[in-house]
Design a protein around this ligand. Structure first.
Ligand SMILES: [Cu+2]
Length: 142
């Protein structure tokens, strides 16, 4: 008489355990799916293998650059976002083969790879007024 009750109790317990295990398993795949999405961040390792991507905002004005010193690391892929706060300007960094122009009041951008360590002077490449020659700066690649 008591044995069937024990057997039924065991079956019920196994059923509960089974449901718990099943619901546990059903959670695992959703975790796996979430875990497979971050590998979208595997895009980052691809970038870091060739250097860190850096975007540097530079304001050009009569007559200077802000900042006038740009510091990056060797291997960095550097994007310069150049904004003019008055007339047309530009930036030329001969040491890294970089040239960019910007129209009055506009923003333009360009990218170069800082492949060599060193100190590279830059200057405005667009005649912009009496102080044009004073528009200089320095790129430092560490
Ligand atoms: Cu200029």
């Amino acid at each position: 008489m008591k044995k069937p009750i024990v057997v039924i109790a065991i079956i019920v317990l196994l059923g509960i355990v089974g449901v718990l295990l099943f619901s546990g398993k059903s959670n695992v795949p959703s975790n796996v799916i979430q875990a497979t999405q971050p590998p979208g961040s595997s895009v980052a390792p691809v970038v870091s293998s060739t250097g860190t991507a850096k975007t540097i905002k530079v304001r050009a004005f009569q007559f200077g650059f802000d900042p006038s010193t740009i510091t990056v690391n060797q291997g960095d892929v550097v994007t310069i976002e150049l904004t003019s706060s008055d007339v047309a300007h530009g930036i030329s960094i001969p040491g890294v083969g970089f040239d960019l122009k910007v129209d009055a009041g506009q923003t333009s951008s360009g990218t170069f790879t800082a492949s060599q360590k060193g100190t590279f002077p830059f200057r405005c490449n667009t005649v912009c007024g009496s102080g044009h020659r004073d528009m200089v700066g320095t790129l430092i690649v560490n």
